[in-house]
Ligand binder design. Structure first.
Ligand SMILES: [Zn+2]
Ligand SMILES: [Zn+2]
Length: 554
């Protein structure tokens, strides 16, 4: 049996979010594995009512647990790190992260009551890690959080470059630029496969630099007539730093509003990413500072209803208020699915007379992902034999694949969650399928996306429920009037007839239509009544509720 290098994504391929990839080395009966990233997706309330987060299904990893050498984190964004707290206790494998990521993980964990103890092994930024047959180098790449790393994974069967999330920014505000020299050196030595970020593969050109955004922010903050609030992703330390510098230049004090932001600020100070930045003020001082001497740095750029900005927009924040003539800057872009929630916050602010500035009119945000010219540069540095597009929906993966083919990459493969891919110099091949899927974080529990729980909840939210209770004697006679309850249905039909009465009539008609001997069979009665009620209501409403019939034999 030859020793193969294999790769399988368990999340993030064909979707944005929930990134989890595994690499395996050895023959098919005794492979050793490493996991790269373990992230979440955010659920939209309409599609998944009551679900907070979506996590990758790791049943395959649980099965292979004793062969897993470690979990390696590229960076501390939630779509890469957010599932570790819930899933690690099922794996208990060594967990590796660079200092900032480790500290942010630890701070997040400490903020969650009852969270499990999860030891983090710290790898220095730009450092190295040996895990069995895997020699892993952490290579600095620019992104929208400190310490984003591409991983160069060396094995006896060849080297893989797993880019993680990256962009090219010659002048990032924190951390160094993407380490082109190291990536080029890897290319010189020979790279088997490049597994790369496709998020912005549909966008031509290059992304602007964080420094360009900082200039716009500085101008908008300098010219603001009264109070200024800026919202951005809490973990975007470079952006926080740009805002702090702009505030200092405009002689404004920075007040941090929102726990996630406070946490990141503390971690960034401890790990040196806010060195030289002035002290920020506590939220309690907001009210005492003159309007032209204060800047509020707020959570809630995605319209999250419990975050600072949403509460300010509803005039419900205990310490922070905004009013006519104040300026709010959205230094972020909506994550798909959050547009409505964000509009609601913006409208709330506009109704209070606040001026709202977004990236539609000003360069107040840039993405942390590579556009097409940057993807071409990466291919040019690394010169892989194989390219597999990662981190994207179907369109992004296809665009990245097309670009790679045109750039002359010999083998380009699009794969999906659960594909087990053999990586070999004569070309990659999907050789098997491993179990994959989704889990939902539902309150304190994890439920399988395949279970009926959430689907039933969605049906309930769409069409309500009718329950019917019948008391049936042994002789097949109804012993009492049926008990009928409607939840979430219209009270009357178009002609004003009561829906409850329509259901009651349907129960009687369905029961009377049953041949006498069948009326003694509780199951037959229940099924006939259920169908009768559903169709009678559907006829008036053109929607079918869920209908439960309980038959008690008396
Ligand atoms: Zn990501
Ligand atoms: Zn990221």
């Amino acid at each position: 049996m030859p020793s193969d290098l294999v790769f399988a994504p368990l999340g993030g391929f064909g979707e944005i979010g929930m990134n989890l990839s595994i690499y395996g080395f050895g023959d098919s009966r005794r492979r050793q594995w490493i996991i790269v990233d373990c992230g979440v997706s955010f659920a939209s309330e309409e599609h998944l009512p009551g679900v907070d987060l979506i996590l990758p299904d790791i049943s395959y990893l649980i099965e292979e647990r004793k062969n897993i050498l470690g979990l390696v984190l590229t960076h501390a964004h939630e779509d890469h790190m957010g599932a570790i707290m819930d899933l690690w206790p099922r794996l208990k494998v060594p967990f590796y992260a660079t200092p900032f990521s480790a500290a942010l993980f630890e701070a997040r964990r400490a903020s969650e009551p009852g969270a499990p103890e999860i030891p983090v092994n710290v790898v220095p930024a730009g450092g190295h890690l040996s895990l069995g047959p895997f020699e892993i180098d952490f290579i600095n790449v620019a992104h929208s959080i400190p310490e984003s790393n591409a991983l160069a994974i060396r094995t006896p069967a060849g080297t893989v470059v797993h880019t993680g999330d990256w962009k090219i920014d010659p002048t990032p505000i924190v951390g160094g630029p993407t380490d082109a020299a190291r990536l080029t050196a890897l290319g010189d030595a020979g790279v088997l496969a490049l597994i790369g970020d496709s998020t912005n593969a549909v966008r031509e050109g290059r992304s602007p630099s964080e420094t360009d955004v900082a200039k716009t922010l500085a101008e908008l903050i300098r010219t603001a007539p009264r109070r200024v609030a800026v919202t951005t992703f809490a973990s975007h330390v470079g952006r926080l730093r740009a805002v702090a510098d702009a505030a200092r230049a405009a002689e404004r004090e920075v007040v941090v509003v929102g726990r996630a932001m406070e946490r990141v600020v503390q971690v960034a100070r401890e790990t040196g990413y806010l060195q030289g930045v002035q002290d920020f003020r506590g939220v309690e001082s907001y009210g005492y500072l003159p309007p032209d001497k204060v800047l509020a740095l707020c959570t809630g750029s995605q319209g999250e209803p419990r975050a600072a900005l949403a509460r300010i927009a509803q005039d419900e924040h205990p310490d922070v208020t905004l009013s006519r003539g104040d300026r709010v800057i959205f230094s972020a872009r909506p994550i798909p699915g959050n547009e409505k929630a964000i509009s609601q916050v913006i409208n709330g602010l506009v109704e209070q007379g606040v001026e709202v500035i977004t990236d539609r009119t000003h360069l107040v945000h840039v993405s942390g992902h590579p556009r097409r010219d940057e993807l071409r540069d990466m291919i040019g540095w690394v010169r892989p034999k194989i390219l597999i597009p990662a981190h994207g929906e179907a369109l992004h993966l296809a665009e990245h694949a097309g670009l790679a083919r045109k750039a002359g990459v010999p083998h380009v493969l699009i794969c999906r969650n659960g594909d087990l891919v053999r990586l070999a110099a004569d070309g990659p091949a999907i050789i098997d399928e491993v179990p994959s899927g989704r889990l939902y974080k539902d309150g304190a529990l994890l439920v399988s996306a395949e279970s009926k729980t959430v689907a039933a909840r969605r049906r309930l939210s769409f069409a309500g429920i009718v329950t019917v209770a019948l008391a049936l004697s042994e002789k097949g006679v109804l012993a009492a009037d049926p008990d009928i309850e409607l939840i979430g249905l219209p009270e009357t039909d178009a002609g004003g007839a009561s829906m409850t009465e329509i259901a009651r009539d349907a129960v009687e008609i369905a029961f009377d239509a049953l041949p006498k001997p069948r009326r003694r069979d509780p199951d037959a009665v229940a099924e006939a009544v259920r169908r009768g009620v559903r169709s009678a209501i559907a006829e008036r409403w053109k929607k079918k509720p869920i209908c439960y019939v309980h038959v008690l034999t008396v």
